[in-house]
Design a protein around this ligand. Structure first.
Ligand code: G1P
Ligand code: ZN
Length: 543
């Protein structure tokens, strides 16, 4: 087997973000681009010699070709073993589980998560470490620095490997194990949840629709919900993973999963609705006539997690990303456990989970998970909801109403301004940072600022400091706005504006969030002057 050492030019400006390297698919397909990054992953982490890795992706366009390149490069770099999902498929949480289960030296996950797929859409790659979680900053920095100085990469000259056959094969000295992407993950779920109770729930006529959005969770949801838990065939819709996600946008939110939301809001809708994203780590939860915001979902799951068999001892703490609403903080307080506020991005939860400080984590962007893996996990959240519904024997709406009557309601919404000119977006944020120190005491549209800062996080486990993680402005009357620029977009800049207004236990919990948040929205517009900077009167996406 011939190893080619190919001269490689450094590629400029390819800094991996919170979720690895994400770029346009065509850029990834340029000769040397993916290769540069894969070589940098191996070389910047001490070389691949003798190591084992999990490899898989969400099935988007270029997934299989990218895996063939990775296989040949891993062999050329002396890797001992690769574990690959059949047909190149692995949901991100399932890949995390396989890394941990097989104690590999990490994994290469191919996905651009909820971004659309296709030759003119997005592709991505990230490296997860042996704990199963996304690389910490110092590792992504090391990989990035390597991409800037790389002069060659190694690849064997060999035929493609057949990814469709489960079993063991070899490329030179490297062992390749093609595995069923679902079975180990399903076994893990069975240890965490009361499958018997969920089976009984479905047997009693409880109805559900799961929209897999033609992304990776289709086979997982069918195997678990339909084949194992007895949900009727057809419960899972759009269940076949497609390279372009059926020309859709595999982001499970009320905008991109609107047909599911409309169905749940209709008379004939089922009792429960859920969806997951491109790579299976995000979730959306709906009940008949009700959409549950991810922040509320985290709070409800934290308050009820002890009802599931894997969590009967309760949890040590709760972590949420800073822009996520404070609903889960109230649950932590009631349970007498710690709550942590971390910067945006799942990687910040890893240390807390590894140290046993928290048992559940969540983000407002539809990510929820526990210490069973080191990624957020869409189907896990859906199964936990099902487990809670099976035990409490109430509807989703009843559970949510009851929750608000105990804890109060944190009205919440995120407004996104997409594809902005990067310089404009930066100047908006910089102008705000300059103002921060003087905001306290000022009034905007009748709302007085009581505090404002540029969020920084001191990791309680490794003491690392992450600064400039978003601007927080707190108003009188338990209202808050957070502003930050997205780190995952591939086109221009995206400004995210996170709005929150708390209403106490005996307040009105039945308002439309945009109405409940009107005062904060007006105050934000007056303070930040979004229209002045962006020339946009309204956000592009409201969730
Ligand atoms: C977005 C979400 C963030 C999530 C990340 C990866 O990042 O806001 O919560 O961790 O995707 O799924 P952003 O584009 O805001 O940087
Ligand atoms: Zn995702």
């Amino acid at each position: 087997m011939k190893v080619d050492s190919v001269v490689s030019e450094p590629i400029k400006g390819q800094k991996p973000g919170t979720s690895g390297l994400r770029k346009k698919t065509r850029q990834f397909m340029e000769r040397g681009f993916l290769e540069n990054f894969v070589q940098s992953i191996f070389s910047a982490t001490g070389g691949a010699k003798g190591k084992s890795y999990v490899v898989g992706g969400d099935g988007r366009f270029f997934n299989k070709q990218a895996i063939q390149i990775i296989i040949k490069m891993a062999a050329a770099n002396g890797a001992a073993k690769l574990i690959i999902g059949q047909d190149g498929l692995l949901a991100t949480p399932a890949a995390s589980h396989l890394i941990r289960l097989n104690k590999t030296d990490g994994g290469l996950i191919l996905s651009a998560s909820h971004n659309p797929g296709g030759i003119d859409q997005d592709f991505g790659i990230k490296f997860n470490t042996p704990n199963g979680g996304p690389s910490a900053q110092r590792i992504t920095d090391a990989i990035y620095n390597f991409t800037k100085t790389i002069s060659q990469y190694f690849i064997v000259n060999a035929d493609d490997i057949d990814l469709s056959k489960i079993g063991i094969t070899h490329l030179g000295n490297m062992k390749i194990e093609i595995v069923d992407p679902v079975s180990d993950y399903k076994d893990l779920m069975e240890t965490l949840f009361d499958f018997d109770k969920i089976k009984a729930l479905f047997a009693s006529g409880f109805s559900m629709q799961f929209d897999a959005m033609h992304a990776v969770t289709g086979p997982y949801a069918k195997a678990i919900l339909e084949d194992c838990l007895g949900a009727p065939k057809g419960t899972v819709i759009n269940g076949i993973p497609l390279p372009d996600f059926g020309n859709g946008h595999p982001d499970p939110n009320p905008v991109w999963a609107k047909p599911l939301v409309d169905f749940l809001m209709s008379e004939e809708g089922p009792d429960f609705g859920a969806a997951s994203d491109g790579d299976g780590d995000r979730n959306m939860i709906l009940g008949k006539g009700i959409y549950i915001t991810p922040s509320d979902s985290l709070a409800v799951l934290a308050a009820n997690i002890h009802l599931a068999k894997g969590y009967t001892k309760g949890i040590s703490g709760i972590a949420r990303s800073m822009p996520t609403s404070g609903a889960s903080d109230r649950v932590a307080k009631a349970l007498g456990i710690e709550c942590y506020e971390t910067p945006t991005g799942w990687k910040f939860f890893g240390n807390l989970l590894d140290a046993g400080k928290v048992g559940i984590c969540g983000e407002e962007s539809a990510g929820t998970g526990s210490d069973h893996v080191r990624e957020k996990d869409g189907l896990w959240a859906v199964l936990l909801w099902l487990n809670i519904l099976a035990v409490r024997k109430q509807s989703v709406a009843e559970i949510m109403q009851e929750h608000w009557s105990v804890f109060g309601r944190n009205y919440y919404s995120r407004h996104d301004y997409e594809n902005l000119d990067t310089a404009t977006a930066n100047s908006l944020i910089n102008a705000l940072i300059e103002k921060i120190a003087n905001l306290k005491g000022q009034e905007f549209c009748g709302l007085k600022v009581i505090a404002a800062d540029d969020f920084s996080y001191n990791d309680p486990v490794d003491n690392s400091l992450s600064s400039n993680q978003g601007i927080r402005i707190f108003f009188e009357g338990e209202a808050r706005v957070v502003l930050r620029l997205s780190g995952t977009g591939t086109q221009g800049a995206t400004l995210r504006v996170y709005l929150e207004q708390y209403t106490s236990q005996d307040g009105d919990h039945s308002l439309d969030p945009q109405i409940a948040l009107k005062a904060v929205i007006d105050a934000t517009n007056a303070l930040v002057k979004i229209e002045h900077y962006t020339s946009r009167k309204f956000p592009d996406v409201t969730t």
